[in-house]
Design a protein around this ligand. Structure first.
Ligand code: AHR
Length: 327
């Protein structure tokens, strides 16, 4: 009995400690010496968006205890420094693999050199990192943000032709791959279409609250715009809310373009409140698991895996599509 009480207290103590560090073993079972599970430290960006939450679920389900993993999950709360600290902690713990969804692309050399020196393979997921030496990571899995942006620009071109457009550009987290890619494609579009101008450009950090705040401020300040180019769904939801609060009709009084393709965005597109949605698939868990399985089998996974997406306008959304949407 005494032993059971002691064990329970030790567990509570371990959970408190892990809670302070925002690092949570996905399983409460502590490893034993004959534990054959593969230990993965996963540094997630945060929970800034619905996309991110779907990504976390996909990763934790794929790297579950039933599948033979012990997942140590860390939420970096959108902070690059917290992410570096988490990775150093994974190295100290001697995990078998490190998986990182990087907040931003820069400054990865030092921490990844430490992981390399410790002999721990690093798998990058979702966003990219910008390093000269690509032996610092084993492979990358994600979507092509610049391509998503280019498809959005093509749609604007074919929808509006020569009509002059004032564009309000809601950017994601500055320096993240999703922001850099989607912004660079819009910049190319602006350079090729002299009839397009920027009414506004600023970062809403991929959150609904910031997207709403930015658009509400534009409306209060009387800034005119025809198109909102929101670099993710959550900022588009915020834009819809701000327009409605100002008595405007989103999707009609301004065209809204959004990235990700969460079910809610598709519903809003079906209602005509968002006009065009670019899909960016968050369900990377099974792909990361397959990379680890290849490494475990002594195989060499592909260095870069781009996951394709599609795009939706109002006419292409059916109830069947909404019902089958996994995120
Ligand atoms: O890196 C992917 C982006 O990050 C998604 O578009 C966005 O919703 C998320 O926060």
């Amino acid at each position: 009995m005494k032993k059971a009480v002691l064990a329970a207290w030790m567990l509570v103590f371990a959970l408190i400690l892990s809670g302070c560090a925002k690092t949570t073993p996905a399983s409460s079972n502590q490893p034993s010496s004959n534990d054959k599970r593969i230990v993965v430290g996963f540094s997630q960006i945060g929970s800034e968006s619905n996309w991110r939450r779907a990504n976390t679920v996909s990763m934790t389900q794929a790297l579950s205890e039933e599948n033979g993993y012990r997942l140590i999950f860390n939420d970096a709360q959108q902070s690059k420094d917290k992410q570096f600290r988490a990775i150093r902690d994974f190295i100290k713990q001697g995990v078998d693999y490190i998986v990182v969804a990087p907040v931003t692309e820069q400054d990865w050399e030092d921490v990844l050199t430490e992981a390399k020196n410790a002999g721990i393979p690093v798998i990058i997921v979702d966003r990219m990192i910008n390093v000269k030496d690509d032996s610092l990571f084993t492979c990358w899995v994600g979507t092509n943000s610049a391509k998503e942006g280019a498809i959005a620009v093509q749609w604007m071109d074919s929808t509006f032709g020569d009509t002059p457009l004032k564009i309000a550009h809601l950017q994601g987290t500055m320096g993240s791959t999703a922001q850099l890619g989607r912004t660079s494609s819009l910049d190319e579009g602006l350079a090729e279409h002299p009839q397009w101008t920027l009414a506004f450009r600023g970062s809403g950090d991929f959150t609904q609250a910031q997207g709403k705040k930015l658009v509400a401020e534009l409306l209060e300040d009387g800034v005119a715009f025809d198109v909102i180019y929101a670099e993710n769904d959550d900022m588009a939801y915020g834009a819809v809310e701000a327009m409605e609060a100002a008595g405007l009709a989103p999707g009609q009084d301004a065209t809204i373009i959004s990235f990700d393709g969460n079910r809610r965005a598709l519903e809003l597109a079906m209602e005509g409140k968002i006009n065009y949605v670019l899909e960016c698939n968050p369900l990377h868990g099974p792909r990361v698991r397959s990379v680890i399985e290849q490494l475990e089998a002594g195989e060499k996974p592909q260095k870069f895996t781009y996951v394709d997406g599609t795009s939706f306008d109002q006419a292409s959304i059916t109830q069947e599509l909404l019902d089958s949407r996994e995120y």
